[in-house]
Design a protein around this ligand. Sequence first.
Ligand SMILES: C[C@](O)(C(=O)O)[C@H](CC(=O)O)C(=O)O
Length: 305
Amino acid sequence: MPYLVASDLPSEPAGIRFRALVERGGIAKIPGAHNGMAALQARAAGFEALYLSGAAMTASMGLPDLGMITVDEVAFFVRQVARASGLPTLVDGDTGYGEALNVMHMVRTFEDAGAGAVHIEDQLLPKKCGHLNDKKLADARDMAAKVAAAVKARRHLYVIARTDAAAREGIEGAVARAKLYVEAGADAIFPEALTSPEMLREFAARMPGVPLLANMTEFGRTPFFTADEFQQMGYRMVIWPVSSLRVANKAQQKLYATLQRDGSTKAMLDEMQTRAELYDVLQLERFEALDASIIRTVIPQQNPD
Ligand SMILES: C[C@](O)(C(=O)O)[C@H](CC(=O)O)C(=O)O
């Protein structure tokens, strides 16, 4: 129960654990978990790291992913995902919420909230999903300054620089920017919205020795590949950023339509997590046992006199 019990908390900082996962070899499989419950379910399925997506956080707030979310709102999500699961969590830092000093504030805030890694991107506000058209790119040197600021502010957070340049500047521009960001101190690069296996392979071939992250978002510009296929193409991390939210949202939509139609939820029972299953994921019994054990330990002993 890492949420409450100190001895269940991982002893190493989340950033060190995230780095170890990337450096272990193979490919780190990092599914999106858009809240504490999703984090628990992903951990139960065996995942060792989680992704907190800007698109999923904003969508769950009822907002589009245009850079309106604030550092403190994201920190609320980081705390629940990292604390509930105890897993190292990669957080979408969008554009860093401003310039160098804002990036430093973001890094300190996310680290304090329990994050293991962050990615920042070279778009200008209003930023967009990387798979949409008409993105506005930041000056490469301004972005490099943000990367340097993030590295200066961190204690252990793993810093990933995302470049959205491929659509406007092609692979040449994306590679040139990535090299600059590595020089500025980025631990890894996230080349966003590469559109073919050739492009994915070429990018990897031109960034030897640099850990790369692949984004397997659905309904985007990158064709479907498995984690193993990304690994063979030279990638060390893969995220499925919004999948948990997409599935949950579709189920919710069906529930509301059914309830409106029938005036009852009965037709949906088979698709529901039961009360027992919910409590099982939350480990309710362990929380109650913990509470009871603490109450026992603080009852004062009767004085024999
Ligand atoms: C990775 C991403 O930034 C996110 O917010 O999860 C999005 C995902 C998406 O909108 O599908 C992205 O820009 O790729």
